[in-house]
Each structure stands twice: as C-alpha cells, then as structure tokens.
Design a protein around this ligand. Structure first.
Ligand code: TXA
Ligand code: MG
Length: 313
C-alpha cells in the first residue's frame, strides 16, 4: 500500500530512490512520481506504475541552474526565462547535452530533455539530499487527474508499495507550463500558470502556441527513429539482420537482448539504448525484433517499436 511520510522522514524517501524505487513528492504545481533520472530501470518503473500506454517524455527536476546546464545545451532564451520563473512552474525543453547522463527513457528516445527547478521546499530538500536529478510525471495513473494532495496519490496507487512525501496541498494545482526552446522560436507546448504573455515579456519576443508538430510529444518526428529498417515480431533472423531478443539471450554478434528473463520493466529500461547501439553497429544492416507481449509496459514498448518500424520519408 502507498504510505504517507513526513518531511522529517525524508531519509526513507532518499533510501528508496537510491534503491531505484519511485517515490511520490510534492511540488508547487502537482504531486510527482519521482525516480532517479539517471537510472534506466527506475525510470521504467515510473511508466509501469502509471500504466502509460506510450513512452511520453518526462520532466527532469534539478536542484540548481548549474546542474541544469550540465544536462542540456543552454541558450539565451533559457537564461532569460530562469531569471524570472525559476524556481517555479515552468518547464523548459532543450537539446540534451552530448554527455547527458539522464536516461534516454526520460526523453522517450529523443534528443531533447524537459527540465524544471522546483520551488516547493520539501521537494528542494529531497533533490539536494539525494544528489541526483529526479524524473517525475504527475503522480496519477495514465489518463486520470493530477493529484494535488498526498492523499490523492495514496488513492491512485492503492496496490503499490509507495512512499508519499507529505508537502501539503499544492499551491498552484495545475501542471507546469512547458515551453520548447530547442528550436529557433520558443513554443508553448502546454499552457500553465506561466502564461504566454508572461513568457513573451520575459523573453522580449513572441512565443508560438500549441506546439509545432516537430516538437509535440508523441509525434513520430520528436522521437528517435533508427536509420536502419526495423522488422517486428521476428520469429527467425535473416542474413545481415541483428536480432533484438526478448526472453532469451543474444546469441550472435550484432544481436542484443531487451531482457533475458522476459521482464518488461527491464526491456523498457534497455529499449532506447539498444536501438541506438544496433543502429550504429556496422555488422548489421537492419534490425529484427522478437515479439514483446502486448500487456502492461509491453503496450508502451510495442507502441514505440511500431513507430520505429513505420515507413518514413
Ligand atoms: O507540474 C508538472 O509539470 C508536473 C510536476 C511533477 O513537475 N509534472 C507533469 O509531468 O505534469 P507529466 O509527465 O504529467 O507531463 C509532462 C509534459 C507532457 O506533456 C510531456 O509530453 C511534456 O511535458 N514533455 C516532457 N518532456 C518533453 C520533451 N523532451 N519534449 C516535449 N515535451 C516534453
Ligand atoms: Mg500528467
């Protein structure tokens, strides 16, 4: 069962995060389901708990602006916005830095990362204490309303062992504004309490609304698609193909395995890194993927694989 803990019990939350387990934390917008953003398996557990049918990219919460600059390619628009709105209810999407240590799963395999510095003192203290950025979507099951009290979170996750850090009712109660700064023109992907007018005032330039398609979450273009052709539900492997296995070890050179034991959480944690590795492997010219069961996290894995296999121009 999910269990509420108080701020003075923070070390329990830190210990759980260090073990790779998600923890619910308060923020000034909504409660988040947080996990170590550098740990693929921990991030995969977030998707499993939320029952997300797709790998939407996640917001990564950081303790300081210095830490943010190590994760993404900073620019002058970001510099202006953080002066006015951080810490607070603003999330910025920026290109991942070349040596970005954050799980690719948090970027849904893409080249950008959403980052946010929180104002809530309980969350700030947690971030400092655990010393690692925390990936956190809203702490609700997929398709349900975002929680704004610790008790809401408990009601969402009745059948999970989950620590919920108490932080009172959320002050804003509405998810953060998400602005994409990875292109030339800043683009508001999700409206929130930081309005377009406030953004434009801070930037001194116009902001596009609604998101251009190339950067909208869930759109094919926003996701990493391998350059090599990809074949699904492979039962045998053909010449010059690499086999991406599930439920068995990789056997030949150029093959990889999502999970030897057929575990979906492990498979999700490995998915994007293995697709990239196989795409770059000169020994193979196309990728065959074994069947992944269409249940639980398998839905999101298959959604992503289908996109990667879709014909492109
Ligand atoms: O207030 C909030 O933003 C809360 C707290 C916990 O920070 N988080 C939250 O996360 O609402 P979530 O996962 O429910 O929504 C994150 C939004 C989604 O619309 C997602 O598609 C978008 O941010 N997003 C995240 N990373 C992105 C990226 N790299 N590119 C474009 N959109 C991104
Ligand atoms: Mg949400």
């Amino acid at each position: 069962m999910a269990r509420i803990i108080q701020a003075f019990e923070q070390e329990l939350a830190v210990a759980a995060l260090k073990r790779g387990m998600p923890v619910a934390m308060p923020t000034e917008t909504v409660y988040g389901l947080a996990a170590d953003a550098c740990d693929d398996a921990a991030v995969a557990r977030i998707f499993a708990m939320k029952h997300r049918p797709q790998f939407n990219p996640l917001i990564v919460h950081i303790a300081s602006i210095t830490q943010a600059k190590q994760l993404v390619v900073w620019n002058s628009m970001a510099e202006r916005l953080v002066k006015t709105f951080w810490p607070g209810a603003l999330t910025m999407v920026l290109p991942r830095a070349a040596d970005c240590p954050i799980s690719l799963l948090a970027s849904a395999g893409g080249d950008t990362l959403a980052i946010r510095m929180l104002r809530h003192p309980v969350a700030q203290a947690l971030l400092v204490a655990c010393g690692t950025p925390l990936a956190a979507p809203s702490a609700n099951r997929s398709g349900r309303i975002s929680p704004t009290t610790a008790q809401h979170v408990v009601e969402e996750f009745t059948d999970h062992e989950l620590l919920v850090l108490e932080g009172g009712a959320c002050e804003v109660g509405l998810e953060s504004s998400v602005v994409d700064l990875s292109g030339e023109v800043p683009c508001l992907l999700r409206p929130g309490s930081v309005t377009p007018a406030l953004l434009e005032e801070a930037l001194g330039s116009p902001v596009m609304l609604g998101g251009n398609h190339a950067h909208s979450p869930g759109m094919l273009q926003s996701h990493y698609a391998p350059g090599k052709p990809l074949r699904l539900n492979a039962q045998e492997v053909r010449e010059s193909e690499g086999l991406l296995c599930f439920g068995q070890p990789a056997q030949r050179q150029g093959d990889e395995t999502l999970s030897v034991r057929g575990e979906l959480t492990e498979a999700a944690a490995n998915l994007f890194a293995l697709l990239r590795r196989m795409d770059a492997d000169p020994r193979i010219s196309s990728i065959a993927v074994m069947r992944v069961p269409e249940e639980g996290l398998g839905l999101a894995i298959n959604d992503r694989l289908k996109r990667a296999a879709a014909p492109r121009d």
